[in-house]
Design a protein around this ligand. Structure first.
Ligand SMILES: Cc1ncc(COP(=O)(O)O)c(C=O)c1O
Length: 379
């Protein structure tokens, strides 16, 4: 009988983990910043890793058709998306795949569009490449967060012809719908622009998820999807990702990436990814159900403990974008006095977000409540 909930170890056990989340700060700080979940990983993946270690099967990564086969099945069964297996490339992680794709296709000094508030890594990757971000912020409408298609059209018109899209969106949790993405693809096609769609959070979507490349010929002609099992199956340290195109034009651009992208990928990561997409699906369903409860728990606890903090339920993932504009507190104070680590809003698009912060709720309900109680105590 499978668990009805993905289990989180006790805090004492979590503090003995070796990852950055649990090592970066002293043990009096509750880390709710970096995007990794506290959950125990899927049993089939654990067994695969243990078996490979036991058999000393830890050499360099060779050809790995298992990943393409596994992702093909996963994308078809979950999202009705038929990938072109032959156009799938392996990469060390999503950051490396994005940086190498951009390095191979743009010159330093070029400009790339982002939609703030957005994952801080995007800014770091562009900085590494000496590429300037051009911000077309997400629109916050009555219906929730939406792509600003007029703003994107203006940016394309101005000659900025690459968009680094985050779908589903970190930190606001929006899973863009088919209508929006199809309209985006038509715009991109009209201006001969490229959409790099980072879909790393996709399997954790509560409702429907739409892959960019499933949005028809315009999307195929303009898009490259970069993703990994690392975020959704909690395997970030294993280092493996994939990059997919679906048209000769975009495949030719992806082919400019260095072969080292494959060779620098971890053998454990690649085979764990294939295992996760194939035999980790039950774990994933349980985890999404657990996160669904967590996002509702977070909302209820915010209303109880911090009623002036704004929060909208994300459509995907385990990140919460908190609006502190009605509360007299900063993330520095939350860190120094409440001893809770959040990601400061400005990391996700500059000072306009200085009254916001991102909180990770991929943990137990008790730890979520503990974090909010700590913050409530200093107000
Ligand atoms: C949207 C997004 N892309 C990429 C990453 C990093 O992925 P990787 O570790 O595979 O580079 C993260 C991590 O939080 C993320 O949220």
């Amino acid at each position: 009988m499978p668990d009805s909930k993905t289990q989180t170890p006790e805090l004492s056990e979590l503090y003995s983990r070796h990852s950055s989340k649990w090592r970066r700060f002293n043990a009096d700080v509750l880390p709710m910043h970096v995007a990794e979940m506290d959950f125990a990983i899927a049993e089939p993946v654990r067994q695969l890793i243990a078996r490979m270690a036991h058999e000393s099967d830890l050499g360099y990564l060779g050809p790995v058709p298992e990943v393409a086969r596994a992702f093909e099945g996963f994308a078809r069964d979950r999202w009705g998306w038929q990938i072109h297996k032959a156009e799938l490339k392996i990469a060390t992680d999503v950051g490396v795949a994005t940086v190498e794709y951009l390095r191979a296709n743009l010159e330093p000094g070029a400009r790339v569009i982002v939609n703030s508030p957005v994952y801080s890594g995007f800014y770091e990757w562009l900085k590494e490449l000496k590429i300037e971000p051009v911000d077309v912020p997400l629109a916050h409408t009555e219906a929730g967060w939406r792509l600003d298609l007029d703003g994107l059209e203006q940016a394309f018109k101005a000659g900025h012809l690459t968009l680094l899209l985050c779908n589903p969106h970190n930190p606001v949790g929006r899973a863009f719908d088919r209508e929006e993405l199809t309209a985006l693809a038509a715009l991109a096609k009209r201006f001969d622009a490229t959409v790099i769609s980072d879909e790393i959070h996709a399997p954790l979507t509560y409702g429907e998820f739409t892959p960019y490349l499933s949005c028809g010929p315009d999307a195929e002609e303009t898009g490259v999807v970069i993703t990994s099992s690392s975020k959704s199956f909690n395997l970030a340290g294993l280092k493996a990702a994939l990059l997919i195109t679906q048209s000769p034009r975009m495949a030719a651009r992806a082919d400019r990436c260095p072969p080292g992208m494959h060779w620098r990928t971890s053998i454990l990561g690649a085979f764990a990814m294939a295992e996760a997409y194939t035999n980790g699906r039950q774990w994933l369903d349980t985890t999404v159900a657990t996160l669904d409860e967590n996002r509702r728990h977070l909302k209820a606890e915010l209303e109880r403990l911090l009623p002036d903090v704004g929060f909208e339920l994300p459509e995907s993932g385990y990140l919460a974008w908190l609006d502190f504009s009605k509360v007299d507190v900063t993330t520095d104070r939350i860190f120094d006095e409440a001893k809770v680590a959040l990601v400061p809003g400005p990391d996700m698009g500059g000072e306009r977000y200085d009254r916001h912060a991102r909180l990770n709720f991929g943990t137990s309900k008790e730890i979520i409540t503990e974090g909010l109680e700590r913050i409530a105590r200093i107000l």
